[in-house]
Write a protein that binds this ligand. Structure first.
Ligand code: PGA
Length: 254
C-alpha cells in the first residue's frame, strides 16, 4: 500500500435501487468491510435515501451523495442544499460527474463553486474529470483533463486540496463496457498528479486519484496495480453485493 494514500472504492449507484434494495445491500456488505485505514469504502446513493442509509452504515462503509448545489439556499427548485446534505450525515459528494455535465449543464465553473462549498460543509468532494471519445482520438486528452483540474481547483488552498478526491472518468468508458487500459488510465492519472503538483507541490502525492469507467471484478486488479491509481469510482459493478465486495477486496491488496 502506498504509505500516503489509502485506497478508495466508491460506488455510484446513479438513479438505481429502491429503498428496500438499497437497505438490503447495506446490511449485506456492512460486516464485510475492511477498516477505514485499509480501504475507504463509500456508496453514493439517491438523495431521498441518504438519511436512511447513513443510519444503517457500519463503522467502515460511508455514504455519499451524487450531487449538490453550491448555494446553501435560494430559489433553486429541485436542487439539494449542502446544508441539508450535511444534516443527513453523509461524508462524501460526487461533484461534476460527466452525466451531470452533459445533461444538467454543469460547467468547470460550477464544479469549482461546488468543490469549495462541499469542503466548507465538511463533505469530501469526489471531483470528476474526463474526456470524450473525440478528444481521446484527437490526442488532446491530458491537456483537456489538466485544464478541467485547474478550473475545478481554482482558489483552493493546500489543506483543502488534500481533503478532495479526484475521479478520472473517460466519458467513452462510462457504462459502455469499454475500460481504458490500465496504461491509458495511469498515463492520464499521472498527468493529473503532475498538474496537482504544479499547484500544490508535495501535497499532490497525498491526494487520492481514482479511475472510473466500466470498472469490474475482472479488470480492477490490473488498474489498481498501477502506481498512481488509488482506487475506483464504480457505477454498474457497485450495484451487486458480491461484485462490490470483490472490488473492495482487490483494494486491500493495493
Ligand atoms: P460505470 O460508471 O462503472 O457503470 O461505467 C462509472 C461512473 O459513472 O461513475
Amino acid at each position: 500500500m502506498n504509505k500516503h494514500r489509502i485506497p478508495v472504492i466508491a460506488g455510484n449507484w446513479k438513479m438505481y435501487k429502491t429503498r428496500d434494495e438499497a437497505l438490503q445491500f447495506i446490511y449485506a456488505v456492512n460486516q464485510e468491510m475492511p477498516s477505514r485505514d485499509e480501504v475507504e469504502t463509500v456508496i453514493c446513493a439517491n438523495d431521498v435515501l441518504l438519511r436512511d442509509l447513513v443510519k444503517r452504515q457500519g463503522e467502515s462503509l460511508k455514504i455519499g451523495a451524487q450531487n449538490m448545489h453550491f448555494a446553501e439556499n435560494g430559489a433553486f427548485t429541485g436542487e439539494t442544499s449542502p446544508l441539508v446534505l450535511e444534516t443527513t450525515g453523509v461524508a462524501y459528494v460526487i461533484i461534476g460527474h460527466s452525466e451531470r455535465r452533459a445533461m444538467f449543464n454543469e460547467t468547470d465553473e460550477t464544479v469549482n463553486l461546488k468543490v469549495h462549498s462541499a469542503i466548507k460543509h465538511d463533505l469530501t468532494p469526489i471531483v470528476c474529470v474526463g474526456e470524450s471519445l473525440e478528444i481521446r482520438e484527437a490526442g488532446t486528452t491530458n491537456e483537456v483533463v489538466k485544464n478541467q483540474i485547474i478550473k475545478a481547483y481554482a482558489n483552493l488552498n493546500d489543506k483543502d486540496a488534500l481533503s478532495t478526491i479526484v475521479a478520472y472518468e473517460p466519458i467513452w468508458a462510462i457504462g459502455t463496457g469499454k475500460t481504458a487500459t490500465p496504461e491509458q488510465a495511469e498515463e492520464t492519472i499521472k498527468a493529473i498528479r503532475d498538474v496537482l503538483a504544479s499547484l500544490y507541490g508535495e501535497v499532490a502525492s497525498k491526494i487520492r486519484i481514482l479511475y472510473g469507467g466500466s470498472v469490474n471484478a475482472k479488470n480492477i486488479d490490473a488498474l489498481l496495480a498501477k502506481e498512481n491509481i488509488d482506487g475506483a469510482l464504480v457505477g454498474g459493478a457497485s450495484l451487486d453485493v458480491s461484485s462490490y465486495l470483490t472490488l473492495v477486496k482487490a483494494a486491500l491488496n493495493k
